[in-house]
Ligand binder design. Structure first.
Ligand code: AMP
Ligand code: MG
Length: 424
């Protein structure tokens, strides 16, 4: 028997051209098609609604501000009391404070001293700033004719008109939204319940923090970065620990999690290899698709379903975990939570370093973005870029996102960056 002197490589994770790779957009579209938003809602005090998804459009019950009021300290008057090209002397008949209105009417030839936020008295149609008027010793106020109707008056309903939609259904509530709700006197809101996300690490080599490290073993870091990323999101978290590379152990943890979590995330055990046990375990109890995605790092990814729970199997390498979480898990949680899927924003920055890359995959290198003396953004690479080198993430503040076709970057080239934002 003759034998070739060269080993023909089998399909593997290191060769991007060994088979058809799925694009990032395709993978996202498939995730969007599979994930169903949570239905249940709860009514909460508005302070507890931060980051939660609004269930029904909120319409304003009032005009905001509810009444016309002064935008400045000064004198409320009717512009018809002024005389073109001349200075008139008006009688000051009282004072309007914020919260304590002037009860009378401001007639012709009269003015009312007024503080910012105070109701505009009947009869007045302008507020002249105090700097543009002159109070005399005998209780008169001198004003020229250079003023127009509506001056320094905040109109009723200028911010929000009664019946306006102020917060859309499906919107995630921001700090400003809480303020808007409070400005309408709304103290409680109906929001979607938080999605429940369970996660576990897989690997016979993993030890947990607190145990003395045995030869050949490593500490499980993925559960900590996952815990950190999930803690920034409005989700309830279940940490299922480390699961050993045995089909029975995988199956047991998946079955237990399926009843409790809307989304189950695992790390490791999804690449091509003898020690990959996720696949048989999932195939027994649910449905699953194994993908090879044209991104680096983070090529292998699994999407599955066990009863109503979605399963996303992330790769094992610590950097790949964080990349795939930001690109696939965050959008999946957005859909689950009942809001629209949104992609991380890209910004342009000038590369300070040469970046190596082969065409064919969309790459997420790690970068340190800063502003130069002109305020323009520049980005340096954050050290060695291996997908196991987690310090390349902890030193970085952004991904440098290089498109499929890119064959590397020279210093001075413009590149796209995506700032780390571990929130939705
Ligand atoms: P796997 O996909 O299971 O083959 O894992 C790929 C690489 O990531 C291996 O070098 C693993 O040791 C490493 N890895 C997997 N899970 C973890 C984890 N939880 N913490 C740190 N490294 C991990
Ligand atoms: Mg493993």
């Amino acid at each position: 028997m003759t034998m070739s002197s060269k080993i023909e490589p089998a399909a593997s994770c290191v060769d991007p051209f060994s088979e058809n790779l799925m694009s990032l957009d395709d993978a996202l579209a498939r995730i969007a098609a599979r994930v169903r938003p949570v239905h249940a809602c709860e009514r909460l005090p508005i302070r507890e609604c931060l980051g939660r998804v609004n269930n029904e459009a909120v319409k304003s019950p009032y005009d905001v501000p509810p009444h016309a009021n002064a935008a400045m300290d000064g004198f409320a008057l009717a512009v018809s009391s002024l005389t073109d090209g001349e200075i008139v002397e008006l009688d000051e008949i009282g004072t309007a404070y914020a919260g304590v209105p002037f009860e009378g009417t401001c007639g012709p030839g009269q003015c009312v001293r007024i503080m910012t936020g105070a109701l505009i008295p009947d009869g007045a149609d302008a507020v002249v700033m105090q700097e543009q008027a002159e109070a005399t010793a005998d209780g008169k106020v001198r004003v020229d004719s250079d003023h127009r109707e509506g001056e320094n008056i905040r109109r009723a309903g200028e911010d929000i008109a009664k019946g306006d939609i102020v917060i859309d259904a499906g919107a995630r509530l921001s700090p400003a939204d809480l303020g808007v709700l409070a400005s309408l006197g709304i103290g409680q809101l109906q929001v979607k319940r938080k999605p429940v996300v369970a996660f576990f690490s897989t690997g016979d080599e993993l030890m947990s923090v607190g145990e003395p490290l045995e030869p050949g073993k490593i500490y499980d870091s993925n559960r900590y970065s996952l815990h950190g990323m999930l803690s920034r999101l409005a989700v309830d978290i279940i940490d299922l620990g480390v699961v050993r590379d045995k089909p029975e152990s995988m199956r047991a943890v998946l079955e237990a999690a399926a009843g409790r979590a809307d989304l189950i995330i695992s790390t490791g055990g999804v690449s091509v290899g003898d020690a990959d046990y996720i696949k048989p375990a999932l195939e027994d109890i649910g449905t699953t698709e194994f993908w090879k995605i044209a991104i680096k790092p983070g090529r292998p990814l699994t999407l599955g379903q066990i009863d109503a729970s979605i399963f996303i199997g992330l790769p094992g390498n610590p950097v790949a975990v964080m990349v795939t979480f930001s690109q696939f898990v965050v959008p999946a949680i957005q859909v689950l939570a009942g809001t629209a899927m949104s992609r991380p924003k890209l910004f342009k920055a000038r590369a300070l370093d040469a970046l190596r890359k082969k065409a064919g995959r969309y790459e997420f290198q790690r970068g340190i973005a800063s502003q130069d003396d002109n305020g323009d953004w520049q980005v340096a690479k954050s050290g060695k870029q291996g997908s196991g080198i987690l310090t390349s993430m902890s030193r970085a503040n952004c991904f440098i996102v290089l498109p499929d076709a890119s064959e590397g970057v020279e210093p001075g080239d413009l590149v796209n960056i995506q700032f780390f934002d571990w929130s939705l």
